[in-house]
Design a protein around this ligand. Structure first.
Ligand SMILES: Cc1cc2nc3c(=O)[nH]c(=O)nc-3n(C[C@H](O)[C@H](O)[C@H](O)COP(=O)(O)O)c2cc1C
Length: 363
């Protein structure tokens, strides 16, 4: 039976939400997630996010703990091949992948089964990745209209089947997974058919963001629709994604929406400790408090150092502006901080802005 409430974007202090959420202290018997032979424990996944989930961010998340499987940003398969052939280089988005801790999923996108298979095999052989994930959810025009990839492929289940099955053969025994939306539009939502195709083609897990491509990020993720997909999968696990921003919502998703795993994206950008909090909630333990603002500031500065080490001071500082805004989001004085950090050009200025304007502990 699927619970009738919806998961709306709201903070844990939201009364309406609190009324819907049951006590997280009631023990939940959540099992580790099995993706092929990979054991994902706890069954909490850090979502792929282009422009964000690079090596630096993944390190920060990993240090706090509580995450069962992390993912890179999406990597374009054709771009990978082109770079390799013309410049003997690999995409910047694979920064750190060779050396960092496992398990780690690399997400790729494109629409040519052969190219996808070729790149998948190389990720397995040269990078020893734990999982190759396919992006069938990206709604961005450049990917859908221009490259007929990402969520566009939801309208082409046969091609999805070809991509997945060729990738599965090329990567075996490394598992291949698929990340989808509910469909291209609400009217043409076909996730139940797509779920069957994904499993039939040999994927080891299905992740569903409970919106359509047309929705982009509007409205709420539809967890009822995610739950219904369980009826269309025989053996592979279902991972739910969309609008999870608190440990309570993680528990609620496992309890009511028949998912085997939960994936978190935006909410963990400025709160990389969210996975550790959610993992504690799943174990029925007290949820660790938010780090103090001073600790959050230190975490952000460590993140900054990692980014600058890789990209140099100017590009690194520019890249870090958006991350810094995530760390400040929702806090008193965030807008003021954002205005200042948006102009930071180098380390001295970045540190000065953080010292002067990052939200402070209330004493
Ligand atoms: C800035 C940004 C970049 C994203 N990049 C990717 C991506 O590279 N691959 C992907 O499958 N999804 C991508 N997504 C979608 C997220 O993985 C996730 O499905 C979506 O944000 C819903 O989850 P959330 O409500 O927890 O944020 C991106 C989302 C955002 C906000």
């Amino acid at each position: 039976m699927v619970h009738r409430s919806t998961l709306s974007i709201s903070s844990a202090s939201d009364e309406t939400w609190q009324e819907k959420v049951e006590s997280v202290e009631k023990p939940l018997s959540v099992k580790p997630l099995l993706i092929g032979s990979l054991v994902v424990d706890p069954p909490l996944l850090q979502a792929p996010m282009a422009g964000f989930t690079n090596y630096a961010y993944r390190q920060i998340v990993r240090d706090y703990g509580g995450v069962g499987l992390q993912a890179t940003e999406m990597v374009n398969a054709r771009g990978f091949v082109w770079l390799d052939e013309h410049e003997s280089e690999h995409p910047d988005r694979l920064w750190g992948v060779r050396d960092e801790a496992r398990p780690l999923a690399v997400q790729i996108w494109d629409n040519e089964p052969e190219t996808m298979a070729k790149v998948g095999r190389r990720l397995v052989d040269e990078y020893q990745v734990s999982v190759v994930d396919i992006n069938f959810g990206c709604p961005v025009r450049q990917v859908t209209q221009k490259a007929h990839s990402g969520s566009y492929l939801l309208s082409q289940p046969e091609r999805m089947h070809a991509i997945i099955s060729q990738l599965v053969s090329a990567c075996a025994p490394t598992p291949v997974t698929a990340k989808i939306r509910l469909g291209c539009t609400r009217k043409t939502a076909n996730a139940s058919l797509v779920a069957r195709v994904v499993e039939e083609a040999g994927a080891a897990a299905l992740t569903v963001h409970g919106r359509t491509a047309e929705d982009y990020f509007k409205g709420n993720a539809d967890w009822e629709q995610i739950a219904q997909l369980k009826d269309h999968l025989r053996n592979i696990p279902l991972i739910g994604n969309g609008d999870i921003d608190s440990p309570e919502k993680v528990v609620h998703a496992f309890r009511h929406y028949r998912v085997d795993g939960v994936m978190i994206a935006r909410a963990a950008l400025g709160r990389p400790w969210l996975f550790a909090q959610a993992a504690a909630a799943l174990r029925g333990e007290p949820i660790p408090a938010e780090p103090s603002l001073a600790d959050q500031k230190s975490c952000m500065l460590r993140h900054y150092d990692l980014v600058v080490e890789r990209f140099g001071v100017q590009k690194g500082t520019h890249l870090m502006r958006k991350f810094a805004c995530c760390y400040a989001q929702g806090k008193h004085g965030a807008r003021h901080f954002r205005t200042h950090v948006a102009h930071a050009e180098g380390p001295a200025e970045f540190h000065r802005v953080v010292e002067e304007h990052f939200p402070r502990d209330v004493t």
